[in-house]
Design a protein around this ligand. Structure first.
Ligand code: PEP
Length: 253
């Protein structure tokens, strides 16, 4: 954990969830609120269709609701897209940008991700900027080069630690049950910190760097204990309240 930062446990529901899933959010809120103090902030990023209802369920609780993507423009002729302003209006506090599934499925470049992060800030949201290498890139010894390039191209100028989170998510670890070694996670997080601190000074020293990729109740405590890991971005295991709460408990242990 980086000294002086409050860790974050963030969920990413991806393209999952309907009205029936709001019960899981109710259970997460109840579980968080049963704790007298929480050593972490907690966020669930849900599909756009659920933001407003999820935010209603989570109002007055320790859980914040976020979105999974936004368009970089404020409004206009972009059929099917939602802007950061629309997401904020619906009750989101944060938005994931540059998730590898968007980079792959929608051809999002670092420049697009950077514009989306700036749009998030414009709308008063925290931008969770995702980076991570593919298996081929890691095997070719290029993981740091790839992530370094993503960091320099995806993080806009003027970055502030209280409205930005970096999520290191090796693509090959997402949804596969594979997790890098603790040494590899620690090394990549330390590597990401360097350009952030040299470019943004104290803001870069304090920005949270999360690990994401196959975090589960059974490995969360071990992952959160790795040096330079300031919390996690959780996909599949955030869909069930019991699993997500068990992962949150890994922060305190
Ligand atoms: C993700 O998609 O952000 C993610 C980390 O997924 P999973 O936890 O399912 O690997």
């Amino acid at each position: 954990m980086t000294p002086g930062v409050t860790p974050l446990v963030a969920g990413n529901w991806k393209m999952n969830g309907t009205a029936a899933s709001l019960d899981e959010i109710r259970d997460v809120c109840a579980g968080l609120d049963a704790e007298s103090t929480l050593p972490h902030e907690t966020l669930l990023c849900v599909p756009s269709t659920l933001i407003e209802r999820a935010a209603g369920v989570a109002a007055e609780s320790a859980l914040a609701i976020g979105a999974e993507d936004c368009h970089e423009k404020e409004s206009g002729a972009h059929t099917g897209d939602v802007s950061a302003e629309m997401i904020a209006d619906a009750g989101a506090k944060s938005v994931i940008v540059g998730h590898s599934e968007r980079r792959t499925d929608h051809g999002e470049t670092d420049a697009i991700v950077q514009a989306k992060a700036a749009a998030a800030w414009r709308a008063g949201l925290t931008a969770i900027i995702c980076v991570g290498e593919t298996r081929e890139e890691r095997e070719a010894g290029k993981a740091q080069d790839v992530v370094g390039t993503q960091i320099s191209g995806s993080v806009p100028d003027g970055m502030k630690a209280d409205t930005t989170v970096i999520a290191y998510e090796p693509v090959w670890a997402i949804g596969t049950g594979l997790v890098p070694s603790s040494d590899d996670i620690a090394a990549m997080h330390a590597f990401i910190r360097e350009p952030m601190a040299s470019r943004f000074g104290e803001e870069g020293s304090l920005v949270r760097i999360l690990y994401g990729g196959s975090v589960k109740p059974g490995n969360a405590a071990e992952i959160f204990a790795i040096p330079h890991v300031d919390g996690g971005l959780i996909g599949g295991a955030s869909l069930k309240a019991a699993d997500f709460l068990a992962i949150c408990e890994g922060i305190g242990s």
